[in-house]
Design a protein around this ligand. Structure first.
Ligand code: NAP
Length: 303
């Protein structure tokens, strides 16, 4: 493997199992890695630490978990019992010009990054990241569906709400297994593309009428698109799998009251295919780090 990250010091803070594999990949690309809140063992160019200050000291880039921190600054670190809070106290340990990389940054993290004077990059909404991520997400959603319904996916009527990066991957995979795929979108150009790709296009306005035939509903829209009155139209044995970011797009209380199985399924890549998800992340991070470093060097030379 090319040692594109040789000479770089990276810190990986918390996250799920995908970050364990990410560390292996980044180390193979030549980076020196400090890890915190993850079950990795120390090797040649990987060390584990339990102090945040030590972990971030002198790093060129700090890689946070995809969900980052909560509104109290608590690091998303489900693989450790320790609680880590990212605060201004790390400021003195940071190298000037350090880059922070996260999936989604909440207000806390944005304000902290400003106070620490670090560059913060959010990657989850970058097209290439979201498209790579859609692969394990769609597979994971289909795996959940297989476990929840007493029928095969083949021949089932599967509805997908939203035709973005995740919806498109899901549609292609479901169709490949032989499902009858209905895709619900609001833009005429999306409805035209859905038709062109031989799925069944459904306008949101028609959903009330069409939904009654659904066996499985996958939601990818991060807004309330399945309120009580629509859920009521579903068959009693239909299931809903909501992939959209918390709180999802489904009235879960209503689903429960109608006896319809509905689950919110966050973080599927790290759960169902952490190795692939880690490798996919390792495909995109080096470019971002190198690009940022080059841009920073250029700025410094020209200031
Ligand atoms: P995306 O490419 O932005 O697609 C979102 C889709 O939702 C688009 O088709 C968009 O249509 C539609 N949409 C948004 N707001 C809408 C509204 N109010 N009414 C109707 N349609 C609306 O996003 P993505 O990358 O596919 O991700 C979708 C969601 O899944 C996000 O919340 C993401 O965080 C989440 N996600 C979860 C997992 C997991 O493991 N559970 C994995 C990956 C992604 P328009 O173009 O018309 O706006």
């Amino acid at each position: 493997m090319k040692q594109v990250l040789a000479g770089y010091k990276l810190t990986v803070l918390g996250g799920d199992l995908r970050n364990v594999y990410l560390i292996e990949e980044l180390a193979e690309q030549g980076a020196f890695i400090k890890a915190l809140g993850l079950p990795v063992s120390c090797q040649n160019n990987i060390v584990t630490l339990s102090s945040l200050e030590e972990a971030v000291r002198d790093a060129d880039a700090v890689i946070l978990p995809m969900p980052g921190v909560n509104e109290q600054g608590k690091l998303f670190a489900p693989l450790t019992d320790e609680n880590y809070y990212l605060t201004r106290e790390i400021k003195d340990s940071l190298k000037p010009g350090v880059l922070f990389i996260v999936g989604f940054a909440n207000n806390y993290l944005k304000q902290l990054a400003a106070a620490l004077e670090v560059e913060l990059i959010e990657i989850a909404e970058m097209d290439h990241v979201a498209i790579y991520n859609s692969i394990p997400s769609a597979e994971g959603a289909i795996q959940m569906a297989m476990e929840m319904v007493p029928i095969t996916i083949h021949g089932s009527k599967a509805f997908i709400l939203g035709f973005g990066r995740t919806g498109q991957t899901l549609a292609r995979m479901l169709s490949g297994i032989g499902a009858e795929v209905y895709v619900v979108a609001r833009k005429p150009k999306d409805l035209a593309r859905i038709y062109e790709q031989r799925y069944i296009p459904v306008n949101f306005k028609e959903l009330e009428e069409k939904l009654k035939v659904a066996d499985i509903v996958f939601n990818t829209v991060p807004s309330l698109v399945l309120p009580a009155d629509l859920i009521k139209k579903l068959k009693k044995d239909a299931v809903i799998i909501d992939l959209a970011s918390n709180p999802g797009g489904v009235d879960f209380e209503a689903a429960k009251s109608y006896g319809i199985q509905a689950v919110l399924a966050p973080g599927l890549p790290g759960k169902v295919a952490p190795k692939t998800a880690g490798k996919l992340l390792a495909k995109v991070l080096p470019d971002l780090i190198l690009k940022y470093r080059n841009a920073r060097d250029w700025r410094e030379r020209n200031e």
